[in-house]
Design a binder for this molecule. Structure first.
Ligand code: NAD
Length: 418
C-alpha cells in the first residue's frame, strides 16, 4: 500500500461528512488517531543472535467502545498503513453497530523467514510491549494478514501471564479450545452472503437465474460460494493467484474446492481458463472481489457488466472506479459493510469470553444474520433516499453513529449555552 493511504482514508471522512449530521468538531476529532504506539522488539534468534523488529498499535477512536482490529505481520507494514486500517476499523465497527472503536496493529516482518519458535518469541514480545494499552475493556486485537489462531493463543497466554489472570477476552480469533467462537471461520463469507440475499430480495432477483463470479477463492470467497450455491445461485467463475476458470453452466462448489486443494488452483477444473483481469469483466449478475486491493480501477470499471459488486476483500475498488460504477448504475456493497461479518463474530467471541457462556453455532448464525440484514437495509435505504453510492451512505451512517457517541458528551452549542 502507498504511504498516502491515510490521506486517502481522510477523503472518505470528508465525503461522509457531507451527508452526515456530525458536528464539524466531531469530524475534526476523527481526523486524528487518539493513540499510536511504536515499539521495538528485540528477540533472540535460533542461532543465538539478537534481532530487533518494529511494531505498532493504533487505537484510532474508542468513544463507542474498546478499540478493535487485527494484527498484521508483513514486510510492508508501516505507521501510515496501520493508522489508515485503524481508521477503517472505526467505521466498520460503527456501520456494523458493534460497541467498539477501531484499532489496528502490525509488525514489520516476513513471518515465513522465521522458525516457529522465533515466531512465538516475536509474538509474545509484541504482546508484552503493547500489554499496557490493551485489554478486554481497552483494545481487543485479532488476526489479520499472516497471523492466525495459534498466534492469538500465544498472545492471550502472554497477556494472562502478565496480568496473573486468564483473560481470553483480550484477543479474538483464538482456537475454539481456548475460547474461540464457533462460526468464526465462515463469518466473513456468510455475512456477505446474507447481504446478497437482502439485495436480491430488494431487487426481485430469481436465485436460479442469478450468476456469480468470485475473484479470490480463499476463506471468504469459498464460504460465500458454498452458501450461495446452497440457495440456488450459480457460481460460474472463480479465481486464485494462478488465474481463473469460467463455466456458464455453473460449478459444483465442493468439487471446485477439491480441485484447488488437490491441484493447487481452480484453473485445473473443467472450464475455460481466464485471467484475473478477465474475471472482473465477465457477463455475470454479481461480482465478488475476495482477494486483493485495487482490482476495480478507472481503467476497467467501464467494462464491468455485473449489476452488483459485493466487496468481501478490503479496498478492492479505487475512488476512480467508484465514480464510474455509480454513474453506470452498478450497486457496490462496500467492504466496511460487506465483509463486516468477520468482526461481528469476533464481537460475539468477546461477548462469550466475558460471559463465560458459549453459544451453539446456530445461535451465532442467527445473530449474525439479524445484524447483517438490519445494517444492510439501513445503508441501502439511506443510499436510495439520497441517491448516493452505498459506500458514501455506509460511511455517513457510521459517522452519524460516531457523532452520536461523541456529541452525547457535549458540543460547542451545548457548552456555550447558558
Ligand atoms: P485467503 O488468503 O484465504 O484467500 C485469498 C485468495 O485470493 C486465495 O485463494 C488466493 O489464491 C487468492 N489470490 C491471491 N492473489 C490473487 C490475485 N492476484 N487474483 C485473484 N486471486 C488472488 O484470504 P481471505 O481470508 O479469504 O481474505 C480475502 C480478502 O477478504 C482480503 O482482502 C481480506 O482482507 C478480506 N477479509 C477477510 C476476512 C476474513 O475473516 N477472512 C475479514 C475481512 C476482510
Amino acid at each position: 500500500m502507498s504511504t498516502d493511504i491515510f490521506a486517502e482514508a481522510l477523503k472518505r471522512l470528508d465525503l461522509a461528512a457531507e451527508h452526515s449530521k456530525a458536528a464539524p468538531e466531531t469530524v475534526e476529532r476523527l481526523r486524528h488517531a487518539r493513540r499510536f504506539l511504536e515499539v521495538s522488539l528485540s528477540i533472540r534468534m535460533d542461532d543465538g543472535s539478537l534481532r530487533t523488529f518494529t511494531g505498532y498499535r493504533c487505537q484510532y477512536d474508542d468513544t463507542r467502545g474498546p478499540a478493535k482490529g487485527g494484527i498484521r505481520y508483513h514486510p510492508d507494514v508501516s505507521a501510515g498503513e496501520v493508522r489508515a486500517l485503524a481508521f477503517w476499523m472505526t467505521f466498520k465497527c460503527a456501520v456494523a453497530g458493534l460497541p467498539y472503536g477501531g484499532g489496528k496493529g502490525g509488525i514489520i516482518v516476513d513471518p515465513r523467514s522465521l522458525s516457529r519458535l522465533e515466531l512465538e518469541r516475536l509474538s509474545r514480545a509484541y504482546m508484552r510491549a503493547i500489554a499496557p494499552i490493551v485489554g478486554p475493556e481497552q483494545d481487543v486485537p485479532a488476526p489479520d494478514v499472516y497471523t492466525n489462531a495459534t498466534i492469538m493463543a500465544w498472545m492471550m497466554d502472554e497477556y494472562s501471564l502478565i496480568t496473573g489472570r486468564r483473560t481470553p477476552a483480550v484477543i479474538t480469533g483464538k482456537p475454539i479450545a481456548l475460547g474461540g467462537s464457533l462460526g468464526r471461520d465462515d463469518a466473513t463469507g456468510r455475512g456477505g452472503f446474507y447481504q446478497m440475499l437482502e439485495l436480491a430480495r430488494r431487487r426481485g432477483w430469481d436465485a436460479g437465474k442469478t450468476t456469480i463470479a468470485i475473484q479470490g477463492f480463499g476463506n471468504a470467497g469459498q464460504h460465500f460460494a458454498k452458501l450461495a450455491e446452497a440457495s440456488g445461485y450459480r457460481i460460474v467463475a472463480a479465481s486464485d493467484s494462478k488465474g481463473g476458470i469460467y463455466n456458464p453452466e455453473g460449478f459444483t462448489v465442493d468439487a471446485l474446492i477439491d480441485v484447488k486443494d488437490r491441484q493447487g488452483s481452480v484453473t485445473k477444473a473443467v472450464g475455460k481458463v481466464i485471467s484475473n483481469a478477465e474475471i472482473l469483466e465477465l457477463d455475470v449478475d454479481v461480482l465478488v472481489p475476495a482477494a486483493l486491493e485495487n482490482q476495480l480501477t478507472g481503467a476497467n470499471a467501464a467494462n464491468v457488466k455485473a449489476k452488483a459488486v459485493i466487496e468481501l476483500a478490503n479496498g478492492p475498488t479505487t475512488a476512480d472506479a467508484d465514480a464510474v460504477l455509480h454513474q453506470r448504475g452498478v450497486t457496490v456493497v462496500p467492504d466496511i459493510l460487506a465483509n463486516s461479518g468477520g468482526v461481528t463474530v469476533s464481537y460475539f467471541e468477546w461477548c462469550q469470553n466475558l460471559a463465560g457462556w458459549y453459544w451453539p453455532v446456530e445461535l451465532v448464525h442467527e445473530r449474525l444474520r439479524e445484524r447483517m440484514v438490519a445494517e444492510f437495509n439501513t445503508v441501502a435505504d439511506f443510499a436510495e433516499q439520497r441517491k448516493i453510492p452505498m459506500r458514501t451512505a455506509a460511511y455517513a451512517h457510521a459517522l452519524d453513529r460516531l457523532a452520536e457517541a461523541h456529541e452525547s458528551m457535549g458540543t460547542k452549542e451545548w457548552f456555550s449555552a447558558r
